[in-house]
Design a protein around this ligand. Sequence first.
Ligand code: AMP
Length: 418
Amino acid sequence: MSAITNFSTFNLNKQLLNAVSDLGFEAPTEIQQKAIPVIMGGQHVIGIAQTGTGKTAAYMLPLLMKVKYAQGKEPRAVILGPTKELVVQLAEHARNFAKYTDLRIVAIYGGVGVKAHADAISNGVDILVATPGRFMEIYLKGDLPVKQIKTLVLDEADRMMDMGFMPQLRKIFEVIPSKRQNLLFSATFGERVERLSQDFLEFPVRIEVTPPATASVRVSQELYQVPNIKTKINLLLHLLEDKESFNRVIIFTRTKEVANNIYKFLERKEIGPTKVIHSNKGQNTRINAMYEFKDGGIRILVSTDVSARGIDVNEVSHVINFDVPIVYDDYVHRIGRTGRAYNEGKAITFVTPVEEYHIQKIEKLIREKIPVKSLPGAVEIEETSPEEKKDMAREIDWQKKKEDPSFQGAFHERKKKK
Ligand code: AMP
C-alpha cells in the first residue's frame, strides 16, 4: 500500500477536515492510513496499536463521519474505555474533532453522581463515551436508551480485561442491538483479548501497526542498576536536578504507598511542582492533576499504573520507572506515555538486583535488550539495610524456585553444607 500523506484523501467531510487541520495534524499516522478506509467501509476492525500511535483518531474520525450530525435523542455510537481518565480524554478528542458539527458527546464514568449523567443523557446524545461499569449502572436504572446504537468501540481492550470488566462487557453486548459495527483497539493482543475478539467480532479486519508488545520506536530506553531503594532516591534526585531536559516527567511506581512517599519527598525537597495520582485520590483530584500536568503547570506527575491510563499528554520528556512493573505489559504502557505521535521521549528504569528477574521477562516480551547506563558519579551509593537485604534474598529464592521447582533455596543449601 502506498502511503497516504494527506487527510483529504479520506472521504471525510469538510467539518472534520477543518477540525483535523486546526489540531495541526498534517499527515495521517500509520494506523490512521490503514484503519480509516476500512472502518469507513463499514467493516469490523481489531486494531493493535499502542497509545501514541494516533489510534484514537483512527477510529474517531470514521465514527464521527458515520454519526455525522445531531439526530434524535438516543446515542448511536458508544465508546467504552477502562478508566475515567481515558473516558474524559476520549470525549475531549471527540469534541475537538466535532467542533464544526452539532454532535452531542457525553462522557459517563464512576465516582460521580449518577443523576448528572442520567440528565446529560436525557438531554440528547449522539456519541456516548463510558466506562463499562457506569454504562450498566445507568442502563439498569432505565436511564440509558440503547436501541439506536449502531457502532461499538472498545478502547484499551487489554486493560479492560486486566481490570476484570469482562462480565460487564458481556452484559453490554447482550443489551445493545446485535446488528452493529464493532471496533476493538488494544495495545497488546494476548490470549484474553483474542478470546474477547472472537466473542465480539465476526470476520474482523485485523490491523496492526507495531508487533504486539513492542516498545514504541520513538522512545529511547535506558536502565540503571542500583543496589537498593535509598540509592534509587538519590538517583531520582540527581536526574530531576536537570530541570531543562527533565521538563515534563511521569514517575511510575507499583504501589500507592511508594507513589505517596516519592511525592512527599519531592515536595519536601521542593523539586516539583509535583502531583500524585492513584486510586485513593478522588476522581476530580486525579483529573485536575492530569490537566495541570498537561498544561505545564506541574513538572512531575507521580502515578501508579492504573491511574496513568488515559493520560494523553504530548511532549512528556521522560518516563521514570522507579520500580519495575511485575505485570509486564505495563512496561509497554508506561513507556508509551512518552514519545507520543511525533515527539521523541526517553524512558528510564531503575532496577535493583531483585528486579533483574522481571526486567529479563520484560526484555523477552518486547524482544529487545534495554541498554544499561552506569550510575552518574554524583549519585551517592547507599548501604543496603539488613531488612532490605533479607527481603531481597527471600524474593530471589522465590524467583529461582519459580523457574526451577526443584531449587531448595539458598538458606537450605547453607544448612546442608554444615
Ligand atoms: P493516540 O495514540 O490516539 O493516543 O494519539 C496520541 C497523540 O497524537 C494525541 O495527542 C493526538 O492528538 C496526536 N495525533 C494523532 N494523530 C496525529 C497526526 N496524524 N498528526 C499529529 N498528531 C497526531
